[in-house]
Ligand binder design. Structure first.
Ligand SMILES: Cc1ncc(COP(=O)(O)O)c(C=O)c1O
Length: 405
């Protein structure tokens, strides 16, 4: 295997850690050297049911022996089934399946633009978005996210996105023009640092959309699908969007995303105006249906909420014990952020020294995203490792201070 940074034929776009995993079971990953890692990153909130979940393995292997791929030129019964189940359990009436989160958002953008176009308002194509957002890495989604570090060097930014400060409702109102088509937000910003948009803000955005004929678009790629202890994060606020992008947990590790919409919002997405080769193919749909079987089981989301409570309480204790390392615990359900007083890269490295996988985020936050099936023992073990990492950091000189000394 080529070591990172050497002459790997791969694009150098990922700063990869020098560890490779061979197999997984539940919340654990085993690397090629035989080390057992506690996986509290879940491939960035993807492995919702952990690794090698027997129901998902059975569904995938059964489908693999039947048919993998069929063009969307034909009916795909498993796709219709998953769409019906999503519609029955959400605000949505319509569903378009994709392979990723960014593609789900692209579909959302096109749905919004085409809706206004069909209503005789082609000039209404702009979306108001929030600073710190992350919506993916396609040209349109980096424009929607508005982060310079992702836009730099990629030519003129795709037009049609107006950013306001995070959570600033007055700024949203002020940004509305005759060209505004809708508002796009993550109910909880993931990459942005586990920043929760308060329920009253989500309700205010719904009202603004209703008052101005705009479509409300939620990006629940990271915070949706049980991650917060409800099926979708916006359910906590009691508001519904018109259009929503979903991905990550929906496939439990199989590349899958979806754009969900109300009948009205999707009314202009008629035959031929949008498409995909792979989106919603039988293999993906078999896994998607299997994930949903488990997620919708009685008591599953109750267990996520209970696990969240136990984990957050224990983490509050860790923060109290190490005020020189941690500032606060934030987030909902099992989308948890530890705001750190040390650089995030240093924190992640310290957790890796304890064989604990975590994910970096913005705003000085390390994300803890255990699989939703995480057990009490795994939580206790993670807390022990976080404590040990903090103790080691406290004993060591502060990296920044050491450098300047
Ligand atoms: C909130 C959010 N939206 C969109 C995306 C993009 O999803 P993908 O990487 O599957 O294209 C991500 C990925 O991290 C995300 O967290």
């Amino acid at each position: 295997m080529t070591a990172p940074g050497s002459t790997s034929p791969l694009y150098a776009t990922f700063a990869r850690a020098d560890v490779a995993f061979e197999r997984g079971e539940g919340a654990w990953l085993i690397d090629t050297r035989g080390n057992r890692w506690l996986d509290f990153g879940s491939g960035i909130a993807v492995n919702a049911l952990g690794h090698a979940h027997p129901h998902l393995v059975a569904a995938l292997t059964a489908q693999a022996g039947k048919v993998w791929h069929v063009s969307n030129a034909f009916r795909i019964p498993e796709q219709e089934k998953l769409a019906e189940r999503l519609v029955a359990n959400s605000f949505a009436d319509r569903c378009f399946f994709t392979n990723s989160g960014a593609e789900a958002l692209e579909c959302a953008f096109k749905t919004v633009r085409r809706y206004h176009w069909a209503k005789g308002h082609p000039e209404r194509y702009r979306l108001i978005t929030m600073e710190g957002a992350f919506h993916g890495r396609t040209l349109a989604t980096i424009a929607a996210g508005g982060q310079e570090k992702y836009l730099e060097g990629f030519g003129p930014r795709v037009d049609g996105f107006d950013q306001v400060p995070f959570g600033d409702i007055a700024a949203v109102k002020a940004a509305i023009t005759e060209e505004t088509a809708g508002i796009l937000v993550e109910p909880i910003q993931g990459e942005g640092g586990v920043r929760v948009l308060p329920p009253e803000s989500l309700r205010a955005l719904r009202q603004i959309c209703d008052d101005n004929g705009l479509l409300l678009v939620f990006d629940e790629v990271q915070c949706g699908y049980g991650r917060t202890g409800r099926f979708f994060a916006h359910e906590w606020a009691g508001v519904t969007p018109d259009v929503m992008a979903v991905a990550k947990g929906i496939g439990g590790g199989f590349p899958l995303g979806a754009c969900l919409a109300t009948e009205e919002a999707a009314s202009a997405m008629t035959a031929g105006v949008h498409g995909t080769t792979y989106g919603g193919n039988p293999l993906a749909m078999a896994v998607g249906n299997a994930v949903l079987d488990v997620l919708l089981e009685d008591g599953f989301l109750d267990r996520v909420r209970a696990a969240s409570l136990r984990f957050k309480q224990a983490l509050a204790g860790v923060v109290d014990r190490h005020p020189d390392v941690f500032e606060e615990v934030r987030g909902e359900g099992l989308l948890i952020g530890l705001k750190c007083r040390r650089p995030v890269a240093e924190m992640n490295a310290a957790f890796r020294d304890q064989l604990l996988l975590t994910m970096a985020a913005g705003d000085g936050v390390v994300r803890l995203l255990p699989p939703l099936i995480v057990g009490d023992d795994d939580i206790l073990e993670a807390v022990k490792r976080i404590d040990a990492a903090a103790t080691a950091l406290s004993a060591a000189p502060h990296a920044a201070a050491a450098k300047s000394a």
